[in-house]
Design a protein around this ligand. Structure first.
Ligand code: ZN
Length: 157
């Protein structure tokens, strides 16, 4: 990315996940000035593998809304927490450089993060995930992994 001051080349010194996407701190290689850029996450090319084996583009909003339904009527669960969980999962998948990911892996990742925010909602997610008659449609192939094996710290602002 071009430096806004001298149009020299810049390099990324830090990347953080925010509610809206990625915030990157950059430093110009020429004039050494620092600046910050913001990128909305898009997960280009990342596909989700559904139970029937078909692939569909990863949709962070879809994940967010699934979490919203899971946490409906739960006091203390803020939309920004759920948004952050969805973004964090998306960022992790994108950084991992994977071309496709199974729904079950996404659910497991969501479970481990939701556990930190609201264990009741996490249990509800697990129940919905294993019960196909549940209100939330999640296409998975296996039971969720144990939460403690997948616990990743949420990015604190
Ligand atoms: Zn510069």
């Amino acid at each position: 990315m071009q430096c806004p001051y001298c149009t020299g080349d810049s390099s990324v010194t830090e990347t953080r996940v925010t509610a809206d996407g990625l915030r990157r701190r950059r430093m110009c290689a020429v004039c050494k000035r620092r600046f910050t850029t913001y990128e909305k996450l898009g997960a280009p090319g990342l596909k989700v593998q559904k139970r029937d084996g078909s692939l569909e583009p990863f949709d962070g909003d879809k994940l967010f809304h699934a979490l919203e339904r899971i946490s409906a009527h739960r006091d203390g669960v803020r939309p920004e927490d759920l948004r952050r969980i969805a973004r964090d999962i998306e960022a992790t998948l994108v950084d991992g450089g994977r071309k496709s990911v199974a729904w079950s892996d996404i659910v497991a990742a969501a479970l481990s993060r939701l556990e930190n925010v609201d264990p009741i909602s996490a249990h509800r997610l697990a129940a919905n995930y294993t019960d196909e008659s549940g209100a939330v449609r999640l296409d998975g192939t296996s039971a969720p992994q144990p939460v403690q094996q997948l616990g990743l710290p949420l990015d604190e602002e």
